[in-house]
Write a protein that binds this ligand. Sequence first.
Ligand SMILES: Cc1cc2nc3c(=O)[nH]c(=O)nc-3n(C[C@H](O)[C@H](O)[C@H](O)COP(=O)(O)OP(=O)(O)OC[C@H]3O[C@@H](n4cnc5c(N)ncnc54)[C@H](O)[C@@H]3O)c2cc1C
Length: 511
Amino acid sequence: MPYDIIIVGAGLGGLTSGALLARAGRKVLVIEKSNSVGGAASSYKVGDLFVEGSLHETGNPHDPRDPKHDTLSRAGILDTLKWTRADALYEVRGGPLSAPLRVPDDFDGALEALSERFPEARDAIARLLDEMKQIASAAGALAQGDAASRRPGDIYNALMSVAPAIRDWKLPLAKKLQQAFGDNEALKCALAANLCYYHDDPATLWWVYFAMAQGGLLLGGGHYVHGGSQRLSSALAREIKKAGSETILRRVVTGIEKDGALFRVHHTAKDGSDPKTAEGTRVICNAAPASVAALLPAKQAKPFLAPYESRASSISLFALTLGLAKPPREFGVSAYSTQLLPEWMTRLADYAQATTLMADEPGEKMPPIAIADYAAIDSGVPAPPYVLSVIAPDSLANWDGLDIDSYRAKRARWQNAIVAHLDRHFPGLAAAVVSASFNTAVSVRRYLGAPGGAVYGFAPVPPRSLFNGPKRTPMTPIEGLYLASAYAGFGGYSGVLQAATDCADTILREA
Ligand SMILES: Cc1cc2nc3c(=O)[nH]c(=O)nc-3n(C[C@H](O)[C@H](O)[C@H](O)COP(=O)(O)OP(=O)(O)OC[C@H]3O[C@@H](n4cnc5c(N)ncnc54)[C@H](O)[C@@H]3O)c2cc1C
């Protein structure tokens, strides 16, 4: 008997759609090339160092306005996992800010903190935060409700449907903040210091997306999955199994063929041996469209790729995980999330320069970095060593043309430079580093198969038109073949869970 649905990839997108479909009675097979489920949403150990593969912050899944709320509830795991609230949205230091500023993770608190520092802009701050709240609430509310009435790409459609009512719906973030705050660069940096959670360039980041995502964190607070993101991924995999479906690991999908109404999905062991074929009536791809195209016969690959060709990929990130002998607070790290802006960054627009810094040898210029101190909250992350995660934009091009030894040597030089930079802000920290693991854009491409090392699917740039812009949808030009990933909606945990839910609901509706 063929499977009802074969899913290529057990990242958050594949696991979520798999759990929803299996719990709805479909016979599902999930095929994953790695040794464990989760894709980017994985946590693991390197020696005794706990490495959180991705998660710093996501919105509160227990808030009904959060896009994850209904999905996790339907997947049966909303109350199985413990979610720990962050202590603030972040503390921002450096750049054009005269002193560190702690921005709370609720709208009222953020308004107070920002207004206290920038009293002359109080009204403008209030207006902007209010717009963000409306957009985030509208997106959350429109994504809720009856699965049967949902349409593919609902969050995106929801945003587009309210777009004409949203002032400046077509603007990039830079222009929106310029209108709101003029040349007050310190205020702009205070409000968008965690830019790399979404993109690297305020001049091309869609303001409405920023409002939805950053506003989502301010609606119900930033949260972390207690014990690490692996707990979320493994819980989804368990639901697939409990519902009588299966996930197989260490199997690489090497080809997808369509024969009438039936799909044949070819897969092998990691070394290419032991070829097998699974048959299914539908296929969901968790991998990027460019990777999926490489699995299709040439005559199907071209039409499949057509809707995606004009879309730019999202940014990549590097993630340096440091194991410290002492809790980071002993060196002055005073928040769960710290956004450390470098001295050379005097305008928010300067953030865009960060992505290519690693093309050169480390010098004076350090990137703006986002730091998570997992010992600052009840994260469930084991310690010692105390885990400090440091992320910033990166690009595959930064590492082009290097053989493996040169790549490792350059990466080690950057690691030393970043640790020295941290030590200047948090004296004594460097001497406490006892272990480290450094993933770059190259690691993202190698381990997740993401083309260009993209971590958020397609770049969240402003739509060109209300009606003719590219759609963010699980549907593909090939009947019976769907996407469930950051590429079918937006990146990040909330975006991917929502896109995967759209995918599952589309299939359930068709059936
Ligand atoms: C360093 C870092 C920090 C981040 N921080 C945050 C954060 O704080 N908050 C937030 O919300 N988001 C964050 N993100 C983003 C978030 O993790 C991702 O957007 C999301 O997890 C992507 O999920 P996905 O299912 O689309 O893709 P992936 O996680 O890439 O999953 C794709 C899966 O498909 C598998 N696969 C691919 N090809 C094949 C094949 N041929 N055969 C079998 N399997 C295959 C891959 O192995 C992988 O498991 C971060 C990401 C990174 C890298």
